[in-house]
Design a protein around this ligand. Structure first.
Ligand SMILES: Cc1cc2nc3c(=O)[nH]c(=O)nc-3n(C[C@H](O)[C@H](O)[C@H](O)COP(=O)(O)O)c2cc1C
Length: 279
């Protein structure tokens, strides 16, 4: 398969085989993580390799009971790491203040995602599947405690990896031209924007099961892997909130605007607990 085909056929996988991943494959994924681009090449990144069943179970809880995290034979916790750089700077009587410099932080987070995406693509090419788990950001304090993570280090992303048992088929994307702007930014009309999202998500009127397969595959997969009733609960919430459009589904139910803003408090607290201060 060409790299283009790998990229175009990749899907987030949440249903993993229990088959172990050979050591040499894991090492190649870690090589890819380490050989990724890095702003100024300072590499403010650490990756914690999680394979032990007990740790996988704990990680699945830390990220908000996502069963695929416990089921995947391998997870990597991508940590934004200023600790190593600060220690090194101190040894040579100099200062590194990444924990106070927002610019260092932004670039370090970009580095982290470049590294993770290298792993995603190599994993795909090796016949593995993977899924990003961003919800670790809501529980960074607990993750830091469990993994013994020191000050100035934030566990900001997880990749769960394994051989796929099944791969989602109906994940919709915007049509390319809605996303691409050629030479200058094109300000679309409300109609163009509405059409672009209609084309992406389809109508809410269709059978709910089909709708969730496209728009909330996590809920469908979670129902298959554990006995909670995500889909039913979401359906009930849709009725209660009188959700009538894709936009309302996303921003009233899945990511309610006010709740998302309120999450700042917890995030900023975790940053502070890890010694970060951008004020
Ligand atoms: C930053 C980031 C965070 C994500 N967090 C989660 C997560 O916590 N749980 C999950 O099941 N999927 C998570 N995903 C996967 C997305 O749901 C997935 O990429 C999206 O539905 C599009 O599907 P695709 O990856 O197959 O194109 C995350 C993806 C990204 C890029």
């Amino acid at each position: 398969m060409s790299l283009y085909e790998v990229i175009m056929t990749r899907r987030s996988v949440r249903n993993f085989d229990s088959r172990e991943i050979p050591e040499h494959v894991i090492e190649s994924l870690l090589d890819a993580a380490n050989n990724s681009p890095s702003g100024g090449n300072i590499q403010p990144l650490s990756v914690i390799v999680v394979r032990e069943p007990e740790a996988r179970k704990e990680l699945a809880e830390i990220v908000g009971s996502q069963p695929w995290v416990g089921n995947a034979p391998l997870s990597m916790v991508f940590c934004l790491d200023f600790y190593r750089l600060k220690r090194w700077a101190t040894v040579f009587n100099t200062d590194f203040k990444g924990e106070q410099a927002f610019s260092h932080f932004l670039i370090a987070y970009a580095d982290l995602m470049c590294s993770a995406q290298s792993v995603v693509l190599l994993a795909e090419e090796r016949g593995l599947g993977s899924v990003y788990i961003g919800t670790i950001q809501s529980n960074m304090d607990r993750a830091r405690e469990y993994f013994g993570i020191p000050q100035y280090v934030l566990p900001m992303m997880v990749l769960s990896i394994g051989y796929p048992k099944s791969v989602p088929k109906n994940v919709p994307k915007l049509e390319k031209e809605a996303m691409v702007h050629r030479e200058k930014y094109r300000v679309d009309s409300d109609e163009d924007i509405t059409r672009a999202f209609e084309n992406k998500y389809g109508s809410l009127e269709e059978r709910m099961e089909n709708y969730f397969e496209r728009t909330f595959v996590e809920a469908v997969e979670a129902d298959k892997q554990q006995s909670e009733r995500w889909v039913e609960t979401v359906k009930e919430e849709m009725k209660r909130l009188e959700i009538k459009s894709n936009a309302e589904f996303l921003f009233k139910l899945r990511y309610p605007a006010e709740d998302m803003v309120k999450m700042n408090e917890g995030l900023f607290r975790s940053f502070k607990n890890a010694g970060f201060d951008f004020s």
